[in-house]
Design a protein around this ligand. Structure first.
Ligand code: NAD
Length: 428
């Protein structure tokens, strides 16, 4: 290979793993299908606002460290921006941009009145004390204060952030505006205006999407073997609910390892172990595999629910599932997607499959603004209705246009946001 060819191939590979480019490739496919006006296409593709902040924090040892934080608001044509905040050592701006855009499309698909945003702080929470995490969270919140608010931008938890993080954000914002503003974040503790059912909502949505997709493929729960990558808020809850519905969950993983039983795992026992021990690798009632082997296990359904770029051009040919339900955001690269489509593997895309979380976040925001709280049964019934309707709309669009579920989801999402843009007109 010539030097030029080596550079070109390295850059194609880099592009494959760049989440914003992955989002843009799917966006362009749907925009072409819709024959979207080039100007509107440019508006919808470009993030509206990007804020990068420096976060100086006094560490426990008395030193001062400066962390970097981002908040990207992709689009607020349909309502206030909505999207999680992740804390991770490798968070970067293109990742946050992609995640923000995915939130725009996700909210549009499930028909909730929000635009999309995402935030990130470059830090390694495993190396920080609770006090340091609290100071990072509060200073980050103060630095992005100007663009936050119940009518502007409403964060939520994502990777390595949780109810406690949301409580700190809510308190910091409230102290600045001199009133308790519960609706500024979702995913809060119940006692602070959180919603029943929020913690399980994304996993529940994944279970519902899996069930609806399998119905269209004629598979019954008891004959369906499922592999779940990740055992956090999405994968862990998803696996528990799938097990409860009668699916055979063969394997679950975390960042330290994979557990496997070809007859089906005792999922409640795995999750009880995990809650106690915080990692899967010592669990004795199953076989252990290296993580690299999990995605290639023989199964009917694969649920990648850990992180992005897991199914790529490098391993796609070894995937043996018939259905992939994307619990995580961006787990399949665009290059891998094309191969899966060629092989007839059905993919329920992230912007549909994991939209249960933002749907119940919307319910939480509504309840906070009403000051009146729903029972868990009401929350779950409304989530069920939203997920089933959204799945059916995407499925029908796919059939009508003879395209994949992913392309159909983007077509529906873009069309709705573009329609809103045309109706609102161009502000000048
Ligand atoms: P989490 O931090 O609760 O859990 C992540 C899990 O993935 C952990 O079990 C971790 O050990 C595991 N993991 C990480 N790397 C792994 C690897 N290489 N192999 C196997 N396991 C690995 O995070 P979460 O909230 O469950 O989010 C997971 C994904 O779902 C992310 O992409 C997130 O953006 C997306 N998502 C989350 C929500 C939500 O409500 N939490 C909503 C929509 C989408």
């Amino acid at each position: 290979m010539s030097d030029g060819a080596v550079v070109a191939s390295a850059s194609v590979q880099k592009d494959e793993f760049n989440p914003f480019k992955a989002m843009a490739r799917r966006f362009d496919g749907a925009a072409n299908h819709l024959e979207l006006d080039p100007g509107i296409r440019e508006v919808l593709r470009t993030p509206d606002r990007e804020l990068t902040v420096a976060i100086p924090v006094l560490m426990d040892d008395g030193s001062l460290s400066v962390f970097r934080g981002y908040r990207v608001q992709h689009n607020f044509l349909r309502g206030p921006c909505k999207g999680g905040i992740r804390f991770a050592p490798d968070v970067h701006l293109d990742e946050v941009r992609a995640l923000a855009a995915w939130m725009t499309w996700k909210c549009s698909i499930v028909g909730i009145p929000f635009g999309g945003a995402k935030g990130g702080v470059v830090c390694d929470p495993r190396k920080l004390s609770l006090g340091e995490l609290e100071r990072i969270t509060r200073r980050y919140t103060a630095s992005i204060m100007d663009i936050l608010g119940p009518d502007r931008d409403v964060p939520a938890p994502d990777v390595n952030t949780n109810e406690q993080t949301m409580a700190w954000i809510m308190d910091t914002y409230s102290m600045h505006v001199r009133r308790t503003a519960t609706a500024v974040v979702t995913g809060k503790p119940l006692i602070l205006g959180g919603s029943k059912g929020r913690l399980e909502a994304t996993g529940r949505g994944v279970m519902i999407s899996t069930r609806e997709a399998l119905k269209t493929m004629g598979l019954r729960p008891e004959e369906t073997r499922v592999v779940v990558q990740g055992s956090g808020n999405v994968g862990g809850v998803g696996a528990e609910l799938l097990h409860r519905e009668g699916y055979k969950v063969l394997s679950i993983s975390d960042m330290y390892g994979t557990v496997y039983n070809d007859k089906g795992l005792d999922v409640p026992a795995v999750m009880a172990w995990l809650r106690e021990q915080k990692r899967l690798d010592g669990f004795s009632e199953a076989e252990h595999l290296p993580n690299s082997e999990q995605l290639t296990l023989e199964c009917d359904v694969l649920v990648p629910a850990a992180t992005e770029n897991q199914i790529t051009s490098k391993n796609v040919d070894t995937i043996r599932a018939r259905l992939i339900v994307e619990g995580a955001n961006g787990p399949t690269t665009a290059a891998a997607d094309e191969k899966l489509e060629e092989r007839g593997v059905v993919v329920v895309p992230d912007i549909l499959a994991n939209a249960g979380g933002v749907t119940v976040s919307y319910f939480e925001w509504v309840q906070d603004r009403m000051g009146y709280f729903w029972t868990e049964d009401i929350v779950n019934a409304r989530l069920e209705q939203t997920m089933v309707n959204s799945f059916n709309e995407v499925h029908t669009t796919a059939k009508q246009n003879n395209v994949s579920l992913r392309k159909a989801a983007y077509i529906l999402a873009l069309d709705r946001v573009a329609t809103v843009y045309r109706l609102r007109g161009i502000f000048a």
